[in-house]
Write a protein that binds this ligand. Structure first.
Ligand code: SF4
Length: 50
């Protein structure tokens, strides 16, 4: 898998500011056609058990 840097430290898959998931799924974020990165989102996000 490609190296994915991710600053969402509260995700269970985050390890040292990198994504450690075997794969991720990224979807549109509230729009039918994304035109900027803010209009995409990682659906693989899982909250850490705190
Ligand atoms: S699953 Fe998504 S939110 Fe979680 S570390 Fe990976 S890229 Fe970031």
């Amino acid at each position: 898998m490609s190296k994915i840097k991710c600053t969402v430290l509260e995700c269970a898959y985050n390890k040292d500011v990198m994504c450690n998931a075997p794969m991720i799924q990224v979807n549109h974020n509230g729009v039918r056609r994304s035109r900027e990165s803010a209009q995409t989102q990682c659906d693989t996000f899982k909250p850490k058990d705190l």
